[in-house]
Write a protein that binds this ligand. Structure first.
Ligand SMILES: C[S@@+](CC[C@H](N)C(=O)[O-])C[C@H]1O[C@@H](n2cnc3c(N)ncnc32)[C@H](O)[C@@H]1O
Length: 265
């Protein structure tokens, strides 16, 4: 799968050239939407962690997923009852997400091509904004994007953001990624403390944080090989196993960290 990844040069990393068209194109989105089993587990564990952090939030408002890629969180928030929207800077992402939305019975217009650093929405529009799975590392000026998040959130609205924990020696990015993606992520991902500071600078108040993908890589591989044929509820059982590991080993770090921040009322 890695061989199908987009071809990029090292120049692109330092100059931020062609983030939209070169880093992400159909082959990556296709691998992401139809993932390798290990990637599927990581995506689900991240989603479970984010949902847990949001569990006390009151739904029914509008939500926005930034860097929505294939519309994974746009659709997830819709399932939770949000009036859900998404944006992505890549045309391929927008067209793939539109197809996924239609398959899920949602309107294609819920996703738009837009830069996270210049959101075309009025102030105080959304109750929930998300920016998941390391997307911040690809945004040229993440601080500008966080200011935009603070602007478009309703007072009391929540921002959920997730990034790879690059300091974790066990970190193993998505199988769908090319080495160039991983190099970019290692170079541009903020650590949790930096991100907390950036959120505060943007006027958001970090409220909760939690690691996801705490299960050791070998355990994930074992789960994949020993559960061929995917019995019903397999991913939920993996998420339950992860919750038990979190409870038993509260100091264990994960491959991903998820932060929930709030806009002051
Ligand atoms: C790692 S993928 C996102 C995965 C997705 N958030 C998920 O969790 O399923 C990163 C996405 O960010 C998008 N992106 C990069 N820079 C952006 C920007 N400035 N504004 C909006 N989207 C951007 C890319 O086009 C790509 O689709």
């Amino acid at each position: 799968m890695q061989n199908d990844a987009p071809v990029v040069t090292t120049d692109m990393i330092s100059n931020n050239v062609g983030i939209d068209e070169k880093w992400y194109e159909f082959s990556w989105y296709n691998s992401f939407e139809n993932p390798d089993k290990v990637d599927e587990i990581k995506k689900y564990l991240e989603y479970s962690c984010a949902s847990e952090l949001l569990s006390n939030a009151v739904p029914c408002g509008k939500s926005l997923d930034i860097g929505t890629a294939t519309g994974r969180y746009l659709r997830a928030w819709a399932r939770l009852g949000y009036d859900s929207f998404g944006i992505d800077i890549s045309s391929d992402a927008v067209s793939i997400t539109q197809q996924q939305l239609v398959k899920s019975g949602l309107e294609a217009e819920r996703v738009q091509k837009m830069d996270a650093c210049g959101l075309e929405f009025a102030n105080d529009t959304f109750r929930l904004v998300s920016c998941m799975m390391g997307t911040l590392a690809y945004i040229e000026t993440p601080q500008a994007a966080m200011h935009e998040v603070a602007r478009v959130l309703e007072p009391g609205g929540q921002f959920v953001v997730s990034n790879w924990l690059t300091s974790n020696p066990e970190l193993d990015f998505l199988v769908a990624n090319s080495p160039m993606h991983n190099e970019r992520l290692r170079a541009q991902t903020p650590d949790p403390a930096q991100l907390m500071r950036s959120l505060s600078d943007a006027g958001l108040v970090p409220a909760k944080s939690q690691y996801a993908v705490l299960l050791p890589v070998q355990t994930i591989l074992h789960l994949v090989t020993s559960h061929e044929g995917e019995p019903a509820g397999f991913l939920d059982r993996v998420a339950l196993l992860e919750r038990n590991v979190r409870n038993l080993f509260p100091r264990r770090q994960g491959q991903i960290f998820v932060i929930l921040a709030q806009k002051a009322i």
